[in-house]
Write a new protein. Structure first.
Length: 489
């Protein structure tokens, strides 16, 4: 079903409310929209954020002097040129180029990530190498059952063969999304796995070889003061152009009249109030936006919003009394008997030497909010994390100074076999309101990177004319281009 996109018109140029766009959420998409709209002078921008900081999941905090991210984040060189330009302008020399130096635990052995030919030859488990060779030789790879419905499992097995899937991608999928690979829509393979075929994977490996290696292969951009510095820099830039930010304030309602947005309900330190606006650009979860609409959404829309699922995550931060835990920036754990999916050491991302005698480890623990771990204490989760690390041959020998956790209830969209129809129901109904835009990772139910969200913000601003008229066709084309986004790990 074709998407009907919202039309944004300025009905009363003399009205301050009509010229005001409320940007809901100060994550990357919201920050990008605030910067681009304000810089272009197309609207008065009011950014509403429920937390005390910008960035959302792409934000961060300082812990014992260490700049910590909410998980493992990198700015990938695949970012569009204008996105990189905005970030460079905001951060200057603090945006560094860093080599990737991680590891994947594969059948009990460590393999460098990104994959390197020599390391693969020396360290890849022999059964794994033999299985991949046999899959390729027997033409299992590339085989498709005629007439079979595609799933995440069938797409990857056809592209990569059983060995790679059963050893890495399928157990990792079970951990990440909490469902069987056969129960996932094929979009999860197309959007989440960049090396989804043997030729693509070989190409990624060869790009690490001198002579074949591009300038940006095997590296990433990273701010000197942690990933949050990108969000903080974009906020400063947006404010310089006149955007206003309100923190610690929840959006409770989006009011409409005669099919167009008229205001947003807020609940913050000043109490409950209504902000009159001409438009609302929401980067909040699309399921939450549907529930906020006033008058209330039809029951079919509310049912769709209630049935779309997200995977939660607990971030466990272990503060250790030592300079460095390992030399690696990240470790990946596909094996299902290790509950965490990834471990990162923030100081290694920025090559920081300070503070002395302290480092932080961040474990990512995918789960459901109904799981017992969701309500475990910080200390109990820290003890569990030490046990998991010991099981992988990475015992914690230094003194644990403290454990801190951060819980994300909506970390990853779950692309089950029924999600597309439910999402279409939400999008079609929300598209009927003039002045309403849902965009960004959460707003489009997309498992995207930070640079993708910023690209969406750029695209949205370009679709809004200087006269306040929204170009539906241009946004439809932009939306189509978003489908080509592939997550970079």
């Amino acid at each position: 079903m074709a998407l009907e996109e919202p039309v944004l018109r300025d009905p009363a140029p003399a009205s301050a409310a009509a010229k005001t766009i409320a940007v809901l959420g100060a994550g990357p998409a919201g920050l990008g929209a605030a910067l681009n709209l304000s810089r272009a002078g197309k609207a008065r921008v009011e950014v509403i954020e429920a937390s005390p900081r910008v960035g959302g999941a792409a934000g961060g905090f300082d812990l014992e002097g260490v700049h910590c991210d909410f998980g493992s984040h990198r700015l990938h060189p695949a970012a569009e040129a204008h996105v990189l330009e905005d970030i460079r302008e905001a951060l200057g020399a603090d945006l560094m180029w860093r080599p990737r130096h991680g590891r994947i635990r594969l059948m009990g052995k460590w393999v460098h990530f990104p994959l390197k030919p020599v390391d693969l030859a020396l360290n890849a488990p022999k059964p794994f190498v033999a299985g991949v060779a046999m899959d390729s030789a027997s033409k299992v790879v590339g085989a498709r059952r005629a007439g079979a419905d595609e799933t995440f499992a069938s797409v990857l097995e056809a592209g990569l063969g059983p060995t790679i899937c059963q050893s890495f991608y399928f157990p990792y999928a079970r951990k990440l999304w909490g469902v069987e690979p056969e129960a996932l829509d094929p979009v999860a393979a197309h959007r989440r796995v960049s090396g989804s075929s043997i030729p693509k994977m070989i190409g990624k490996v060869l790009r690490q070889v001198p002579g074949f290696k591009s300038k940006t292969a095997g590296g990433f951009y990273y701010p000197r003061k942690g990933f949050k510095q990108i969000s903080e820099g974009l906020r400063t830039s947006a404010e310089a152009y006149g955007a206003r930010f309100t923190f610690n304030t929840r959006v409770t309602d989006v009011f409409t009249e005669d099919g167009r947005v008229t205001g947003v309900g807020l609940d913050g330190p000043e109490g409950k109030r209504t902000l009159p606006v001409g438009a609302a650009w929401s980067s909040l979860p699309i399921t939450l936006l549907a529930k906020m609409m006033r008058p209330n959404a039809p029951q079919a829309v509310l049912d769709a919003a209630a049935s779309i699922r997200y995977r939660a995550m607990i971030l466990i931060y272990l503060v250790l009394e030592q300079d460095q835990f390992t030399e690696f920036d990240a470790h990946y754990f596909p094996e299902t008997h290790i509950p965490m999916s990834r471990l990162s050491e923030p100081k290694n991302y920025s090559a920081a030497n300070e503070p002395d005698g302290v480092t932080v480890l961040c474990a990512e623990l995918p789960c459901a909010v109904t799981d017992d771990v969701w309500t475990m204490s910080d200390d109990a989760l820290g003890e569990a994390m030490c046990g998991w690390l010991a099981d992988t041959g990475l015992p914690v020998r230094a003194k644990v100074l403290r454990t801190v956790t951060h819980r994300l209830a909506q970390a990853y969209p779950i692309y089950d076999r029924d999600f597309a129809g439910k999402l279409d129901t939400l999008e079609q109904w929300l598209a009927g309101f003039e002045g309403l835009l849902t965009f960004g990772r959460q707003g489009l139910f997309a498992h995207d990177n930070t640079h993708h969200a910023l690209a969406m913000a750029h695209a949205a601003e370009r679709c809004l004319g200087a006269d306040g008229v929204w170009d539906k066709q241009a946004w439809a084309r932009a939306r189509e281009s978003f489908r080509d986004h592939v997550v970079e790990d």
